[in-house]
Design a protein around this ligand. Structure first.
Ligand SMILES: [Zn+2]
Length: 94
């Protein structure tokens, strides 16, 4: 059987659902311990630990409030990080 393309599957830290990587927003903790959010970046080679969250307000709320992002990228989200996330959510109308 011919497989056209390998689609990476990732799990949302908010709801736990599995989806193709392109459907998620990726959160990366950089070496400088700041966080970076990226949309649909499949070929991204950024270094650092990362997590994936659906483009859904509920998933973000869940992930941030319950500290699921913090735990997965082994850091504590600062107030600044949280505001970056809020701004991002507002920008993309999540
Ligand atoms: Zn989700």
């Amino acid at each position: 059987m011919y497989q056209a393309k390998h689609i990476p599957i990732r799990t949302c830290v908010g709801c736990g659902e599995k989806r193709p990587q392109k459907d998620f927003i990726k959160i990366i903790r950089t070496k400088e311990k700041s966080i970076v959010l990226k949309l649909n970046n499949i070929s991204d080679k950024s270094e650092g630990r990362s997590v994936y969250v659906c483009r859904s307000f509920d998933c973000w709320t869940e992930a941030v409030k319950k500290g699921k992002i913090d735990r997965n990228i082994k850091t504590n989200l600062s107030e600044k990080d949280k505001s970056i996330i809020s701004e991002y959510m507002a920008k993309y109308r999540l």
